[in-house]
Design a protein around this ligand. Structure first.
Ligand code: MN
Length: 292
């Protein structure tokens, strides 16, 4: 096998998992990342026409460091918002899809999981970009580790208002009704929602918007103590836990503000890399949290 190729022989192909519903992303029980090349993890890029430096950083990432990876995992909120796959035709979104497509055309697999902001990115986005859709919460074997990947908002269970909203917008019927509206109306609705969300955030206690310790413990326990990687909270860190005598880790991905920041895993070690510190990977701040 060429050292440049990602080994995914055990991973189900998207088409194989689509027999009954073309919109269902694959729920990979287990996939194998290339041990000889790092898997890169990014989240919360929040691409928007309003932030050209972040866009430039992402395009540089795709044409630079991502080309040296075994695979790339995008764990949600790649876009500041995505109003539906018919939004893939806008000049901005098309430029992002084309850049992703140029990367996937080289044989590097890019996996994509939706976040809360780009929840409606589906098959149309996957076709335009060449990414493989992942369901939120997938297990991936890499080297000797089982990794559990998620966007992260499902773990913010102390924020009851947000969880009620999350349930609503993930409801298929609600989505169908929303997508039946004209694109302009959907964009306007989302813009309004974002303003409300920003206001709500200033009124909520900070800890409410972080993941719940109980939810994390329960998740790690029910998945046989994997290494959890997620974004969403914009609180980058490497947390360690001792749960039922098992050492677990939770890596929280940083959001992007004008620069590329990603987590790399070479099958043995994690390192945080950025375009600014490319030659000097730094570990995430370590936060010990005891155990349950
Ligand atoms: Mn998010």
């Amino acid at each position: 096998m060429s050292p440049k190729k990602t080994s995914l022989s055990n991973a189900p192909k998207l088409s194989e998992s689509m027999s009954s519903d073309a919109c269902v992303p694959m729920r990979v029980a287990e996939t194998v990342t290339a041990p000889e090349l790092p898997a890169l993890f990014v989240a919360d890029v929040h691409l928007s026409e309003k932030h050209p430096r972040t866009t430039a950083a992402f395009l540089d990432f795709l044409s630079g460091p991502a080309r040296q990876a075994g695979s790339v995992f995008i764990l949600g909120d790649l876009f500041e918002y995505w109003a539906g796959d018919d939004d893939a035709g806008s000049v901005f979104n098309r430029s992002i899809c084309e850049a992703l497509s140029a990367l996937t055309a080289t044989g590097i697999t890019v996996y994509f999981m939706t976040g809360n902001r780009d929840l409606l990115a589906g098959q149309g986005f996957a076709h335009a970009s060449g990414v493989q859709l992942l369901a939120d919460m997938v297990s991936v074997r890499s080297g000797s580790r089982m990794l559990l990947l998620s966007h992260g908002d499902a773990l913010c269970t102390d924020d009851h208002d947000y969880q009620a909203f999350r349930l609503q917008v993930r409801n298929r019927e609600w989505q169908a009704g929303f997508l039946a509206q004209p694109l302009d109306a959907r964009r306007a609705f989302i813009e309004n929602l974002r303003e409300q969300s920003e206001t709500a955030k200033t009124e909520k206690r900070s800890e409410i918007m972080d993941v719940s310790a109980e939810a994390v413990t329960s998740l790690l326990r029910s998945h046989a103590y994997p290494t959890l990687i997620h974004g969403h909270t914009h609180r980058p860190a490497r947390h360690t836990y001792l749960i039922d005598g098992h050492r677990c880790e939770r890596h929280v991905l940083p959001d992007w503000r004008n620069q590329a920041v990603w987590l790399a895993f070479d099958g043995a070690e994690f390192s945080v890399c950025s375009a600014a510190t490319l030659s000097l990977p730094a570990p995430l701040p370590l936060v010990g949290e005891g155990g349950a």
